[in-house]
Design a protein around this ligand. Sequence first.
Ligand SMILES: Cc1cc2nc3c(=O)[nH]c(=O)nc-3n(C[C@H](O)[C@H](O)[C@H](O)COP(=O)(O)OP(=O)(O)OC[C@H]3O[C@@H](n4cnc5c(N)ncnc54)[C@H](O)[C@@H]3O)c2cc1C
Length: 439
Amino acid sequence: MTDVIIVGGGLAGLLTGAELKRRGRDVVVLEASDRPGGVAQTISEDGYLLEPAAGSVLLPTPELTPILDAAGVRVVEALAGSKRRYVYLRDRLIEVPDSPAVLFSPLIPWKGKIRAAREPWVRTEPTSDDESILDYLNRRFGTDMGRVAATLMAHGVFAGDPARLSMRGAFPRIVAWEDNAGSLIGGGIAAMRNRPKDKPRVRKTVHVAPGGMAGLADDLARYLGDALHTGHPVRSVTHTEGGWSVDDEFTAGSVILALAPHQATPLLPHDLADLVGRGTTAPVAVVGLGGRMADIPLPIGFGALIGPDTDLHTLGILFESQYAAGRAPAGHHLAKGIYGGAADPDIMGLSDEELVALMIEETSRVIGIPIQPTWTRVVRQVPGIPQYDVGHVGWMQDIDERLATYPGLHLAGWGYRGIGLSGLGIEAVALADTILNNR
Ligand SMILES: Cc1cc2nc3c(=O)[nH]c(=O)nc-3n(C[C@H](O)[C@H](O)[C@H](O)COP(=O)(O)OP(=O)(O)OC[C@H]3O[C@@H](n4cnc5c(N)ncnc54)[C@H](O)[C@@H]3O)c2cc1C
């Protein structure tokens, strides 16, 4: 008998397990494969370090930082170059300032800039309770800015389709600004002003794990110690009088399924399984290209997102070795391209060789110089990235209502309330609060 059983030793399960341990609870984490970390399995080969899923995280955050610190997880600030970001639009690479000066960059025409700057005074009714990112940003900023911003946000975070992703589901904090202040810009300024005086603004910066996310997962696993059981695919989760039983081997008052929705459904009661099984995902291909710096002359920066109306298939190219140390051998560079997703599902039909050829051609176009890699790697993430499409918020409400009828049963992971590590950290803390307060 333990306090909490966590099924799934991906980053969600590990972070939640570490948070519960940090707060004095006995946990057992059961992971099917022989390695922790889930989809974030760093590839270390020939001096290259390729992240096929999470590669970086913004820190500090009030939720994630205490967990990583308690667990002794090694993360370092990215290289200074990480602050430079680019967008490829209208056949050119445009550097985009990370400040309100973005309004003066050549991303959108002047008439679009003027319309976007009027956002605080625009009074518009939402087209529905749950608008797509595209509808939402078009309504607030006008179509010039709306289309560019919606494409970059959808492609950059979800590899998603901006016309289908839910703004409220995918970016709830931004929507709250409009809800609270009637405008995004006004709400953002109010949020800054209302910050308690004794809490100075801490600027989040890009951080990376020196050994990659696999190293981060190993650090969390080390902290969990004997509580983590790898090579343990869970086959049954059943409600008992005193709580929950897993595989008739472990019992606890609470069980957390830290699994993607499609992985959770076989373990859930039927009514919940039907509901959770409606979660959607989109496969992506991650393509790594490495070679001598002279042969892959990447610009200094974090990478380039691809704007709307280009004939490129890549959703974004990350300049891995320009923002993180140790991603390529000395004198070499590593670039990482993301293909597919809900944004461009048909591209997943290409073979690995075709994807590599496409990325060589497209990276050459984006940076304006032909590249000649000597190291290539393709990783397919299938079924891929959860899509918080329109309807996601209602789906989550239905799940929460149904979960409330099963006290002690919880769901966690990137399928629900946050697609990246920051979201998983927030969720880990919220779950620990709920369990500690016995809700
Ligand atoms: C291309 C790409 C780029 C990304 N970039 C970033 C980024 O830069 N920053 C960021 O923060 N996030 C990023 N992410 C997202 C991040 O990788 C995910 O949020 C995170 O890895 C998801 O972790 P998880 O634990 O929720 O899911 P998973 O990793 O899917 O973990 C689920 C685990 O459960 C196990 N499991 C399944 N069934 C069972 C069972 N029956 N019994 C026991 N165990 C089981 C699986 O083996 C797996 O280990 C990216 C993702 C992708 C695909």
